[in-house]
Design a protein around this ligand. Structure first.
Ligand code: GLN
Length: 608
């Protein structure tokens, strides 16, 4: 399918062709030979798909677009401090070839004007003192540019010779740099490298991939090779942003708003960090030495595709997707009545906060404010749907957990299996749960302990206390007791497995059992944990089908079994008892169904 993005680029190409101002650079004689009508536009994604329109495979020389890349290599090879000692990072507002240095320090104002760029070239491979020849330095530069482009590039020797023959102004700059001690050694040797660096041949597609490599944090989207250490990307993009378009940089920032670099060969490269790279080629230049159609196309692209990097029309993401107080959304632990009553009163003081999107400082602040200002004793922050938590937010969340602890409150986290956004894998604090259900259960336990409910959980119950016996007469109780079979179990034992024929109902008298279903990813989802007084397996018996979940013992304990046949026989033999049992079983089943229904209605689905 032809993408609408292709259609858009071709439409833009036609609009570009209507722009016929400007003139081809002729101060380098060889550049004047180019067809001024050539125009190409490329958009490269950070996964390496390139959309192309027009003359995107016509070679031209990279010229000044080599400057940010040579600066990047200087940063890597000589180190940030050595580079900054010789090249400032201030926008100059001067023309690209201005003969100006900072009066006090003698430093070129930035690496994008020729004075700074020639200095960058001299610092690649560690500078003149590093004992590298011009040839080696050029080799490093061409290889470096090739890594950004993702294919081997080469110098156009005709253009290089042409510039060398006429590059008196750049030589003047070079000698001036030498006189201020910014260049070491023979400036002419550095200039020859610089001329060749500027004469490296590229096409529009190459430039878009070089831009996409910068947008992708320094890694080429197709080759996967790292062209620049991540730590230097920000510095390179910063000088492109403030100085990349020379004395037109302010206007560019207002109209286009993307880090960019132009060259007198007719190329412009621009990028939106994290999203895409753009390149335009068209040789006619404006008074600042920037491609007329290139500037036009970038302005249109930025406006039409909403690319201005300072565009703040979209408010920062609301990071809290949902709040789950445990009084309204309890865990799947079926608790004894006394615990449930207490939790109905105090459960709103325990909340799971569910986050979404990217957690950056502004959203972390909202979460912290919510957790610390609400009357919450025990909370958990569910990070599983957060795509990313940035390092400052991680620090703030840890500090919040520690601060709450000092105040006698508690904060835990829920995190996806296999990811450790908080970097707490082996720590005992804060607690991290794999799903919301287990975090909710922990919150309930903590709330019970805080509010005097620690003793309410019961290890065992008697027959008359069992929920299935509610409203049974003493006589009915005795009639039923005669049908029940004792069945002890040990921790870990499988009591009933998925698919087995349901032949009995389990009355839990002592210990704990959990029912769960296997998930396609190999994990399990808990349906419930039951405590003494609860019944398990009645649903399958009532439906006369096979077991739909596994029931496993969490502790040692005791069951009483009611055989399905005995139960069904009561319909004729003891209809009153049958009806009472049926009512009690249905009550339990509907409580579970109601909870599952509530969970399905929540934003995050079943919400395990
Ligand atoms: N090689 C050219 C020069 O130094 C590069 C200038 C440019 O592209 N703006 O003059």
């Amino acid at each position: 399918m032809r993408s609408p993005i292709d259609d858009y680029l071709h439409g833009l190409l036609e609009r570009c062709r209507a722009q016929d101002g400007g003139a081809v650079a002729d101060y380098i004689p060889e550049l004047a030979r180019v067809d001024p009508e050539l125009t190409g536009i490329c958009l490269a994604t950070i996964d390496g798909h390139v959309y192309e329109a027009g003359d995107t495979h016509v070679p031209f020389t990279i010229q000044s677009i080599s400057k940010p890349f040579a600066y990047a290599m200087a940063l890597e090879d000589a180190g940030v401090a050595a580079v900054e000692a010789r090249i400032d990072v201030e926008p100059s507002g001067d023309a690209f070839n201005s003969i100006s240095l900072d009066p006090a320090s003698g430093r070129p104002l930035n690496p994008m004007i020729n004075a700074g760029a020639i200095t960058s070239t001299s610092l690649v491979s560690g500078g003149a003192g590093a004992g590298v020849s011009g040839e080696e330095r050029l080799g490093r530069i061409v290889a470096g540019l090739s890594r950004f482009a993702g294919r081997p590039l080469a110098v156009d020797e005709d253009v290089a010779a042409s510039e060398s023959a006429t590059g008196h102004r750049n030589r003047a700059i070079g000698w001036m740099l030498r006189s201020r001690g910014i260049l070491d050694g023979d400036p002419d040797a550095t200039l020859e490298v610089y001329f060749r660096q500027c004469a490296v041949g590229v096409d529009c597609r190459d430039l878009s991939l070089m831009a996409a490599t910068l947008a992708n944090g320094g890694v080429h989207p197709l080759t996967g090779e790292r062209a620049l250490a991540r730590e230097h990307v920000q510095q390179v993009l910063s000088v492109m942003t403030t100085c990349g378009m020379y004395d037109a940089a302010g206007n560019w920032m207002v109209r286009v708003g993307l880090p960019a670099k132009s060259g007198v060969g007719g190329g412009i490269l621009a990028l939106l960090p994290g999203q895409l790279g753009l390149a335009v080629f068209s040789p006619r230049l404006d008074a600042w030495g920037n491609s007329v159609r290139g500037v036009f196309a970038c302005g249109e692209l930025s406006r039409d595709l909403d690319l201005h990097f300072l565009r703040a029309s979209r408010p920062a993401h609301v990071a809290i997707a949902a709040r789950h107080p445990v009084d309204r959304e309890p865990s799947r632990r079926r608790r004894p009545a006394a615990e449930r009553e207490l939790l109905e009163r105090v459960g709103r003081r325990g909340i799971v906060f569910e986050l979404q999107g990217d957690v950056l400082v502004a959203s972390a602040e909202r979460i912290i404010r919510a957790v610390s200002s609400e009357p919450v004793d025990v909370a958990a922050i569910d990070l599983r749907d957060a795509e990313y938590v940035d390092p400052p937010s991680v620090r703030l969340l840890h500090a919040t957990a520690a601060r709450l602890r000092e105040q006698g409150r508690e904060l835990a986290f829920v995190e996806r299996a296999g990811r450790d956004a908080l970097g707490v894998a082996d720590a005992s604090e804060p607690l991290v749960f794999p799903d919301r259900d287990s975090a909710s259960e922990w919150i309930e336990d903590r709330l019970l302990a805080r509010h005097g409910g620690g003793g309410l959980g019961r290890a065992a119950c008697s027959l008359d206390e069992h929920r299935l016996m509610r409203e049974l007469s003493g006589e009915q109780l005795a009639q039923l007791a005669a049908l029940l079979q004792p069945r002890p179990f040990a921790a870990g034992e499988l009591i009933a497995g998925v698919g087995e024929q349901a032949t009995e109902v389990f009355l839990l008298m002592r210990g704990e059992l959990s029912t769960s279903v296997p998930l396609p990813d190999g994990g399990r989802r808990r349906l419930s944990t039951v405590t003494p007084g609860w019944t398990v397996g009645e649903m399958a018996v009532l439906g006369e089908g096979a077991r739909t979940a596994d029931t496993r013992a969490d502790t040692d304990g005791d069951l009483l079994l009611l055989a399905a046949d005995d139960f069904h026989a009561l319909a004729d033999g003891n209809p009153a008892l049958h009806a009472a049992l049926l009512r009690n079983m249905l009550t339990g089943a509907y409580e579970l169904a109601a909870q599952l229904t509530r969970e399905l209605g929540r934003p995050s689905g079943a919400g395990a």
